[in-house]
Ligand binder design. Structure first.
Ligand code: FE2
Ligand code: FE2
Length: 297
C-alpha cells in the first residue's frame, strides 16, 4: 500500500514537471521571442501582484497574461518589430490595471491614466512610446481610427481572442455570475447568461474589425452564435455549462482552476472544452495565423 502511494506521488510530480516544462517551452517559443528588459520583468511582477487582488475573477492574471500574449502575437504576426512587440507587451500587462466590477467610469481610460503614472518610473521608454502604450490601453474597449499596430494590438487580443470563441462561452458565464449581484440581479443563471450575450452582441459585429482579422473573427464568433442559440433552445449541454460557470462566478471561484477542472459530460461539452483548453494553452495560434489576411494588413 505504501509503495502504491509512493508511486502515485511520483507519477503526480512527474506530470507536474512535464506540464511546467511544456509551459516554459511554450512561453519561450510562442510568446516572448524578444528580450524583456529587467525593468519590464519587474513591472510584470508588480502587475501580477496587483491583478491577484482584482475585484473580478475573470480579470485576474490569467486574462491579463493571455491578452498580453495575444497582443504581442498580433503585432508579430503582422510584421511588427521587436520593439513594437515589447510596447504591446507592456500595454497588455497594464490594460485592466483599474478594473472594478461596475463600469461607473471607463476602466480603459482609468487604466491608461494609471499606466502613465506607473511608467513614469521606467526611463527606457521614450515619451512617444509611452504615448503609444497609453493609446493602446485607452482604446482597448472600442474600435477607433487605428494609428499603429501597437495601438490596435490590445483591442484585437482582448476582443477577438478573450472575448470570443468557445473560451468566451465559459468566461462569459462566469462574468454573468459575477454580475448577479449588480447588473444581472434577480435573473436565473441561463437567463442571465443569455442577457449577457445580448448586451455584448455589438462586440461580435464582424464589420467593426479591421479587414485582415475578419476571417478570424468569423471563426471565433461562430462558436458563440452556436452556444447562444443552444441556450435559447434550452439544450441541456449548453444550459448545464452556463449554469455551472455562472455559479463559479457568483461564488468567486478561482477562474483558471474552474477552466481546468471542468469535467465535460457529453460530446458537445467535450468539443467546447477542448477548444477552450487549446486556446488557453496557446495551441490555437497556428490555426489563427492561417485566418489572418496578410494582404489586407
Ligand atoms: Fe478591459
Ligand atoms: Fe481585458
Amino acid at each position: 500500500m505504501r509503495n502504491y502511494v509512493f508511486l502515485l506521488i511520483c507519477a503526480f510530480l512527474l506530470e507536474q514537471r512535464v506540464a511546467d516544462s511544456l509551459e516554459g517551452l511554450y512561453v519561450k517559443r510562442q510568446t516572448f521571442l524578444m528580450d524583456i528588459p529587467p525593468a519590464v520583468s519587474q513591472l510584470t511582477e508588480y502587475c501580477k501582484n496587483v491583478y491577484t487582488q482584482a475585484e473580478s475573477v475573470i480579470h485576474q492574471w490569467g486574462h491579463i497574461w493571455r491578452t498580453t500574449r495575444g497582443a504581442v502575437w498580433f503585432v508579430r504576426t503582422t510584421g511588427g518589430s521587436q520593439r513594437e512587440q515589447l510596447l504591446a507587451y507592456v500595454a497588455g500587462i497594464l490594460h485592466d490595471i483599474v478594473r472594478p466590477i461596475t463600469e461607473e467610469t471607463c476602466h480603459a481610460q482609468a487604466s491608461a491614466d494609471k499606466a502613465l503614472l506607473v511608467l513614469n518610473g521606467y526611463l527606457e521608454f521614450t515619451i512617444s512610446e509611452r504615448e503609444e502604450i497609453y493609446n493602446a490601453i485607452r482604446d482597448h474597449r472600442r474600435p477607433v481610427s487605428w494609428k499603429t499596430r501597437v495601438h490596435q494590438s490590445v483591442y484585437l487580443s482582448d476582443k477577438v481572442l478573450e472575448h470570443m470563441g468557445a473560451y468566451l462561452d465559459f468566461r462569459g458565464a462566469v462574468w454573468a455570475g459575477e454580475l448577479s449581484r449588480t447588473d444581472l440581479r434577480g435573473l436565473e443563471p441561463v437567463d442571465a447568461v443569455i442577457t449577457y450575450y445580448r448586451k455584448a452582441s455589438p462586440k461580435f459585429l464582424t464589420g467593426l474589425f479591421p479587414d485582415h482579422v475578419k476571417n478570424l473573427v468569423e471563426y471565433q464568433v461562430e462558436w458563440n452564435r452556436k452556444f447562444l442559440s443552444a441556450l435559447e433552445r434550452g439544450e441541456v449541454w449548453a444550459c448545464q455549462m452556463a449554469e455551472t460557470f455562472f455559479n463559479k462566478g457568483r461564488q468567486k471561484h478561482e477562474f483558471e482552476h474552474a477552466l481546468q477542472s471542468f469535467n465535460p459530460h457529453d460530446r458537445k461539452q467535450q468539443k467546447w472544452t477542448h477548444e477552450m483548453r487549446t486556446y488557453v494553452t496557446g495551441q490555437k495560434f497556428s490555426l489563427f495565423k492561417t485566418l489572418i489576411d496578410h494582404k489586407k494588413n
